[in-house]
Design a binder for this molecule. Structure first.
Ligand code: NAD
Ligand code: TYD
Length: 338
């Protein structure tokens, strides 16, 4: 089976490349990645010489390049490539529209012209918007994205569906919850807080720290996507949730406990604009295909924290240059929460 993985140098994409190579002896994997600030070939160092793997540096929004790859024949395309950070989308949405929406269109168009067995559009629970306590999102629920990131992902999600409904491209859409695991760029909650604490820096908790996210181990996300590739019905959407809803402060407390750091390093800062209070997924439909998450949150979040402790070589070099500029803009002089 020949897979095109876009965004394969990012957090989830690189874990998925590892997943494929570990699970399918005879697969071929092409990784198409633009290497934005979030793309990092260090994530793939251990497999870069695997004869089954090849890397193409390029943009999913470049039709010439994308058409060339599809023309050579692809069985399965999995589109992870995206601008992914909500805070950056609030500061500057343009790249989110170009990559997440237009880039997805370019991939779908190539799939329509050259054909393939399955196109997986990686979407997110954020497309449902904020969910009140007591409810969980099912795949047929209305989409109510509330920030430029989730709105651009919703656009791509429905555009992918339209290529099934209109042109019969064999599309499935997956909507996963917040991932945690190895190789996550340290702008997101878990790696940001762990690496700040390892540098004896305070951590910026937004608002009252009681927003709720459902935490999914990245390898459970990978096995969920694989299950949808093999068993998903074309045109359908599949939720992939971890079943681990936690207030942010609960996750932060685990990090503090694991690293044995004092509470004085907790700072409550001005909230994210339009901050969704809660996400919650019902994943029964994906489970009915045979998928089960297998990573226990309490254990695996601690294993993840330890990975950042033991792999300073990976994140120390990221926390320089562009990262420091972003950090300064985002956090330095940010007001303290009332
Ligand atoms: P990431 O930011 O770590 O990685 C994104 C990757 O895409 C990077 O390697 C980057 O270089 C690449 N990329 C960006 N623009 C590109 C372009 N125009 N052409 C080619 N490559 C480009 O993101 P992630 O956390 O690994 O997320 C991967 C996918 O999963 C995204 O589509 C995201 O919306 C979705 N998702 C993420 C989460 C999460 O918790 N991280 C949850 C649900 C869904
Ligand atoms: P994040 O990792 O950015 O993922 P998402 O916004 O896609 O859910 O944030 C997870 C939660 O942590 C979210 O409720 C926002 C909060 N958060 C903070 O409190 N401080 C921070 O510095 C960041 C990056 C996130």
């Amino acid at each position: 089976m020949k897979y095109l993985v876009t965004g394969g140098a990012g957090f989830i994409g690189s874990n998925f490349v590892h997943y494929l190579l570990d699970n399918y002896k005879d697969c071929q994997v092409i990784n198409l990645d633009k290497l934005t600030y979030a793309g990092n070939l260090d994530n793939l160092k251990d497999i870069e010489n695997d004869p089954r793997y090849s890397f193409v540096k390029g943009d999913i929004a470049d039709p010439e390049l994308v058409n060339k790859i599809f023309k050579d024949g692809i069985d399965v395309a999995v589109n992870f490539a995206a601008e992914t950070h909500v805070d950056r989308s609030i500061g500057d949405p343009a790249d989110f529209i170009t990559t997440d929406v237009f880039g997805t269109y370019v991939l779908l168009e190539a799939a329509r012209v050259y054909g393939l067995k399955k196109f997986i559009q990686i979407s997110t629970d954020e497309v449902y918007g904020t969910i009140e306590i007591g409810k969980s999102s099912v795949e047929t629920d209305q989409l109510l994205p509330r920030n430029p990131y989730s709105a651009s992902k919703s656009g791509a999600d429905r555009l992918a569906y339209s290529y099934f409904a209109t042109y019969e491209v064999p599309v499935c859409v997956t909507r996963a919850s917040n991932n945690y695991g190895f190789y996550q760029y340290p702008e997101k909650l878990v790696p940001l807080f762990v690496t700040n604490l390892l540098e004896e820096k305070p951590v910026p908790i937004y608002g009252d720290g009681k927003n709720i996210r459902d935490w999914l181990h990245v390898m459970d996300h990978c096995s969920g996507v694989d299950c949808v590739i093999n068993n998903g019905i074309n045109g359908e959407v599949y939720n992939i949730g971890g079943g681990n809803e936690r207030e942010n402060i609960e996750v932060v407390n685990i990090i503090f406990d694991q690293l044995k750091k004092p509470d004085s390093l907790k700072t409550y800062v001005k909230d994210r604009m339009g901050h969704d209070r809660r996400y919650s997924l019902c994943s029964d439909k994906t489970m009915a295909l045979g998928w089960q998450p297998s990573h226990k949150f309490e254990e695996c979040i601690r294993e993840t924290i330890d990975w950042y402790v033991n792999n300073k070589w990976w994140w120390e070099k990221i926390k320089s240059g562009e990262y420091l500029e972003y950090y300064k803009k985002q956090y330095v002089d940010r007001e303290i929460a009332e």
